[in-house]
Ligand binder design. Structure first.
Ligand SMILES: Cc1cc2nc3c(=O)[nH]c(=O)nc-3n(C[C@H](O)[C@H](O)[C@H](O)COP(=O)(O)OP(=O)(O)OC[C@H]3O[C@@H](n4cnc5c(N)ncnc54)[C@H](O)[C@@H]3O)c2cc1C
Length: 479
């Protein structure tokens, strides 16, 4: 039986701190412990959810009043082949551990999120994307193979050639089919640990989408949007494109001095300790504050239009880690993100409508980010040939209702345009919307896989119960 010391009742939070749940948290040491947890859950009539580093914005890694398995302790690098860039890791290894281990040998994880804190298990489970999705696809595209434990007790080994169905089904299945134990990743070879970044300012949405599309074949491209202005400047922003610097062996040195050049600065502008900056940011957590911050950012970008600079890959990719704990600026209510994916042909009209709704709303987003994407073959996927817009909102008691109705309105706009949504970021989708964008064929296949992998219906989360109750056999009013 799993040792009692490995269990505690904890109040866990979503990363954005806008939702929380009390869970029976277990910390298995190995797959035998996990098997025992599955057995325990069956005996007690409970469900089981997984948690990696808890970096999902919404309720994906919560399982209220049920069992939550914290996998962050499974953090060993099992094998590293620097000749071929193949690394085998336990699922609790973080992106931070990964890049720090491989960069000095001239390799880099090909797909990373905007923070280095997530685990590879969490990244595989949500099939995350980076600022280079158009170029290299999502995290799953670089998983050579994985080993997983299913609630049925079976251990499976999957790759594109072996158990292909489960490979394309489990990557992106938000922890609903089984637990990733370990995986082998193919890394990207780099000749320097740096990128050459170019900042381009965009006067409006047309400009922004055009610049992103023109530069989509760079190694990375991402657009920041000021969602606080309307009329002719609607969608103005700054696009950052980046290209790997080909300088043989520059900065790929094994000593500590060279390693420190990859890391993020601990001081902003060379003097301000980054870790206290969130206290300062709190002062701007209101409509006028967002207007000021966005306008300053836009005009600084305009002044430096065309500016080129060199950054380490970590500094470029993990922008959101520059100010530790910045999310605390949004306490007590926390924050949520809404990320929608819209097909190429409809994107201009849809993003225009969305930003318009936001600027007219009492709760506008304080941040907007646009990325270019391509379609893929994974079963559960938000990806399509088009763009995504991610907008972040501060949550307050006074705006919860308004925010819900704003996001419901946006859901409708996105759905009508054939758009999709991303569960890792989600906090508000309802079953009707989730069902509608996934489509009956995908849902039927997911149900089939769920029955095969998890016949007792053990695996659940707050997210899965909210968006797809029928996955767990709950009665659903299909409206
Ligand atoms: C600041 C910030 C920036 C971000 N930027 C991006 C971005 O640019 N692109 C992007 O795609 N995402 C981004 N994300 C989202 C983040 O990458 C995903 O939510 C990711 O899944 C988090 O990984 P985690 O280890 O924290 O997993 P958790 O959040 O703990 O869990 C996520 C899901 O994975 C499941 N899970 C975890 N481990 C396992 C396992 N071993 N086996 C099976 N299921 C498991 C959980 O049940 C849950 O459903 C960002 C998040 C933050 C906070």
């Amino acid at each position: 039986m799993v040792k009692l010391s490995h269990q505690s009742i904890r109040r866990e939070m979503s990363w954005g701190m806008a939702s929380e749940a009390c869970c029976y948290v277990y910390y298995p040491e190995d797959e035998n412990d996990l098997l025992e947890i599955f057995e325990l859950a069956k005996v007690r009539g409970m469900t089981v959810g997984f948690r990696g580093a808890g970096q999902s914005y919404g309720d994906a890694a919560l399982n209220g009043e049920q069992i939550l398995v914290d996998l962050s302790g499974w953090n060993r690098i099992l094998d590293w082949d620097p000749e071929n860039g193949l690394i085998t890791v336990q699922s609790g290894v973080t992106i931070a551990q990964l890049w720090r281990r491989v960069v000095s040998s001239g390799w880099w994880p090909p797909v990373v999120p905007g923070t280095m804190n997530p685990t590879v298990g969490g990244c595989a489970s949500m099939n995350i994307h980076g600022k280079n999705h158009w170029q290299v696809g999502s995290f799953g595209d670089h998983v050579v193979d994985f080993k997983a434990l299913l609630p049925s007790g079976k251990i499976v080994y999957c790759s594109r050639l072996k158990s292909q169905d489960l490979y394309y089904g489990m990557l992106g299945s938000f922890g609903m089919l089984g637990c990733f134990l370990s995986m082998t990743l193919q890394l990207k070879q780099i000749s320097s640990g740096e990128v050459q970044v170019t900042a381009l300012s965009a006067a409006n949405l047309d400009d922004l989408l055009r610049i992103i599309d023109i530069h989509k074949d760079e190694d990375y491209v991402v657009g920041w949007v000021d969602c606080m202005v309307g009329s002719s400047a609607i969608g103005r922003g700054i696009v950052h494109t980046a290209r790997h610097l080909d300088l043989p062996s520059q900065n790929i040195l094994t000593d500590d001095v060279a390693m420190s050049t990859h890391e993020l600065p601990t001081k902003i502008l060379g003097v301000l300790p980054a870790k206290y900056l969130w206290i300062f940011l709190r002062m701007f957590n209101h409509r006028m504050g967002y207007k000021i911050v966005n306008a300053v950012r836009y005009y600084l970008g305009l002044l430096r239009n065309g500016h080129r600079f060199v950054q380490s890959l970590a500094q470029f990719n993990f922008l959101l880690d520059y100010i530790p704990n910045w999310k605390r600026a949004f306490l007590p209510g926390g924050l949520i993100q809404y990320q929608c994916f819209v097909p190429f042909g409809n994107v201009h009209t849809v993003f225009h409508k969305i930003i318009q709704c936001c600027t007219n709303s009492k709760s506008p987003p304080y941040l907007g980010v646009v990325k270019r994407h391509k379609a893929d073959d994974f079963l559960i996927s938000c990806n399509l040939d088009g763009y995504s817009l991610a907008i972040d909102f501060s949550v307050k008691d006074s705006n919860r209702a308004g925010l819900s109705s704003l996001l419901a309105e946006l859901d409708k706009i996105v759905l009508d345009a054939g758009g999709r949504f991303y569960f890792a970021k989600d906090s508000t989708l309802n079953p009707e919307v989730a069902r509608s964008f996934l489509g009956p064929k995908t849902l039927a296949r997911l149900m089939e896989l769920k029955l095969g992998c998890d016949p007792g219906g053990l695996l659940q989360s707050n997210l899965s119960r909210r968006i797809l109750p029928e996955l767990h056999g709950y009665q659903v009013d299909k409206g």
